[in-house]
Design a protein around this ligand. Structure first.
Ligand SMILES: Cc1cc2nc3c(=O)[nH]c(=O)nc-3n(C[C@H](O)[C@H](O)[C@H](O)COP(=O)(O)OP(=O)(O)OC[C@H]3O[C@@H](n4cnc5c(N)ncnc54)[C@H](O)[C@@H]3O)c2cc1C
Length: 225
């Protein structure tokens, strides 16, 4: 039997990932954390260069127990992470705006993940190419088979980093305001405005061939892919 705890168990609660504020909203469940990660493909990465913090948005793909990042070999983000610098990465899904009867009770419903890690540089051209394919297909399943693959030069200019998922936490807020009943005597509407990411109408590139129809999975795009 395989290592079920690794695939389906919980991440360890470490000193850095222990949710201290509203701990009931925290989770270390791998399945939950992976489901949040798979809903998105943009994260923000925080790292330190010369004692100064930077937080930079970037794309990622999750493959099994790893995230992969990619970028130009000239990028400060990629160069810093490739040097073994510790970093923190987060992903947030906004699920709703919570309107409470009090100013301080207003809140948001969300699912978010924080990952602490160190990256490993993917050196072999085959592994890099596989990661590039995963990047493309993670955003749109089946896309890789329809586009020109990267040239040797493009592969050389792209750095791919693997982030083993070993230290991660999720935090999830759901439901209405948590104010006391006595606060509900006022005149403000209270409730939740659900929010979700949706795609719009596809816009055809004027340089594309007009006889190629919009694929169904672009016209009706959903996450996860
Ligand atoms: C949704 C999204 C997805 C992206 N995906 C990727 C990806 O997969 N790979 C990749 O390499 N890059 C990606 N980028 C671009 C990425 O954010 C960085 O601009 C890029 O990686 C260069 O990083 P750097 O540290 O070398 O930036 P530098 O150019 O060294 O940063 C210098 C300064 O420029 C400003 N800056 C840099 N980037 C941004 C930004 N995005 N927004 C506002 N100010 C900025 C900041 O003030 C920063 O301190 C993505 C950006 C977005 C918004």
């Amino acid at each position: 039997m395989g290592d079920i705890t690794k695939e389906h168990g919980e991440f360890p609660r470490t000193e850095r990932t222990r949710v201290t504020r509203k701990p009931d909203r925290g989770s270390y469940d791998r399945e939950l954390i992976y489901s949040i990660l798979d809903q998105a493909f943009v994260c923000t990465v925080g790292f330190i260069v010369d004692d100064l913090p930077y937080v930079v948005p970037t794309n990622y793909v999750r493959v099994g127990d790893k995230l992969f990042l990619h970028g130009s070999t000239a990028s400060r983000l990629m160069r810093t992470l490739s040097g073994g610098a510790p970093f923190c990465l987060s992903v947030t899904l906004l699920d709703g705006i919570v309107f409470s009867p009090t100013a301080t009770g207003n809140a948001v419903n969300y699912r978010s993940v924080v990952v602490m890690g160190k990256a490993e540089v993917i050196e072999s051209p085959e592994a890099k190419l596989a990661a590039m394919r995963d990047f493309v297909d993670y955003v749109l399943r089946g896309r890789w088979a329809t586009v020109r693959p990267p040239s040797e030069q493009e592969l050389k200019g792209t750095m791919v980093l693997a982030v083993p998922l070993v230290e991660a936490s999720a935090k999830v807020r759901t439901g209405f305001a948590v104010d006391d009943n006595k606060e509900y005597d006022g005149s403000a509407w209270t409730g939740v405005l659900p929010c979700k990411w949706t795609s719009g109408e596809p816009l055809a590139d004027p340089r594309g061939k007009p006889d190629i129809a919009v694929p169904a999975n672009i016209a009706h795009y959903t996450r996860p892919q």
